[in-house]
Unconditional design. Structure first.
Ligand code: SF4
Ligand code: SF4
Length: 401
């Protein structure tokens, strides 16, 4: 694609990156075929090719508008378009640039501003999120159904015993921000499985939210602060012999793997961030290469696996979880259109509830079509989103092994 970037963008690292990406796009539109928002809305500007065109116009000097902001907001950042693109266009990088330009130029309506501020002030901060969730759970029976569906009931306390054995091998577990409150069983199950595999899985004291939420809401300063704090917490542990950083939420794992790219222009942290990205693994990557004979065989179940976009598209991990579940004796039911997003997408289901619910209904229809006993996934956001729309149990896959 020909480009004529404005001088104020042309000479910046972001502008140069955008120019390379725009030139790689041949405007073929293959990406539209696998874009969930294009499929739902049928508008070129709600597909990747149209959004790329809108971002190109911004960089060439067209003034940002509220309409452009709405089309960019509707993007799920699912990256299905990147998996499909034959020219290897890294759309997410362009989207980050476009969203930042629009965010700085177009003031949002007051209710949107307040909603975003509230999400940013609570979700990444467990000390605020945990008491708020408790309060919301207490009020759940009194709330209207659509709102009550968004608040998951409390999970039973972790049932698997915490390991006490000493292992020479150890890895760092990303505790994350909302997951320990919403579903404490997930990390407890992961610690138990790793213990049986002969690995101590533990958290680092000062690590916290990965920064993904702030990044996706164009709050890049605070996103960088979270990232730098995590780097400072994990590097000494890696130096002291921890083998890897393990994420049980694929959304957080995908973001950690992008630290190197996101902090590439930070002179103090660029190298350190690249090291953290290199050391990060989704939990399925670690388990797949360990000796599964060390694990007791669970009772075989009929399972539908929902592959989160952050696992299959952002991290490019296709088939790993499925293969582990099958090797342990589970039966996987077929899931049509498994490449499509469920509509969760971080806080998308809160910011774009109508589209998110349409996508969830389609996803649940496909997941349930093979009559599974249980639906499993690999990301807390998808898990909570799907759980609100079905009576079939929805769990993290690590709880099934
Ligand atoms: S598939 Fe790739 S090259 Fe084709 S329009 Fe989409 S982003 Fe551009
Ligand atoms: S990231 Fe997902 S929703 Fe956004 S343009 Fe790409 S395919 Fe469409």
């Amino acid at each position: 694609m020909q480009t004529r970037l404005q001088a104020r963008y042309k000479n910046t690292p972001a502008g140069q990156r955008a120019e390379r990406l725009l030139r790689a796009c041949v405007h073929c539109g293959f990406c539209n075929a696998t874009c969930p928002t294009y499929q739902q809305l049928g508008d070129e500007l709600d597909g990747p090719r149209g959004r790329i065109y809108l971002i190109k116009q911004l960089l060439e000097g067209q003034p940002p508008t509220r309409s452009v902001q709405i089309h960019l907001d509707r993007c799920l950042t699912c990256l299905s378009c990147e998996t499909t693109c034959p020219s290897g266009v890294r759309y997410h990088s362009l989207l980050d640039i476009g969203r930042e330009i629009v965010e700085n130029a177009i003031p949002r309506p007051l209710p949107e501003r307040l909603q975003r501020r509230l999400l940013l002030a609570t979700l990444p901060e467990p000390k605020r999120f945990t008491p708020l969730l408790r309060l919301a759970r207490g009020l759940r029976p009194l709330l209207p159904k659509p709102l009550a569906q968004k608040i998951s009931p409390p999970q039973p306390a972790p049932t698997k015993p915490r390991p006490h054995r000493v292992h020479p091998r150890r890895m760092l577990l990303l505790d994350g921000c909302v997951q320990p409150t919403l579903a404490p069983n997930i990390n407890a199950a992961a610690i138990g499985v790793f213990d049986r595999l002969g690995i101590r899985l533990h958290t680092a004291p000062r690590a916290g939210c990965c920064g993904a939420l702030n990044h996706h809401l164009a709050d890049s300063d605070r996103a960088r602060r979270y990232m730098r704090a995590n780097i400072d917490a994990w590097l000494p542990e890696l130096d002291a012999g921890a083998e890897a950083i393990v994420a049980t939420a694929s959304g957080c794992g995908a973001h950690l793997k992008a630290y190197g790219e996101l902090l590439a222009d930070d002179p103090d942290y660029a190298e350190k961030a690249a090291r953290i990205a290199e050391a990060t693994h989704d939990i399925s990557e670690i388990i797949a290469q360990e000796d599964l004979d060390k694990l007791p065989r669970p009772p075989s179940r009929r399972i539908a696996f929902h592959a989160p976009c952050t696992l299959q598209h952002a991290q490019g991990l296709h088939g790993k979880v499925e293969s582990i579940l099958q090797r342990l004796g589970h039966e996987l039911t077929p899931v049509p259109d498994s490449h499509l997003c469920c509509g969760s997408a971080g806080v998308y289901s809160l910011l774009q509830p109508d589209l998110a619910h349409r996508l969830r209904d389609d996803k649940l229809r496909n997941l349930q079509s093979g009559e599974p006993e249980v639906i499993v996934t690999a990301n807390i956001g998808c898990l909570e989103h799907l759980r609100g729309g079905t009576t079939i149990p929805v769990r993290h896959w690590i709880e099934e092994i």
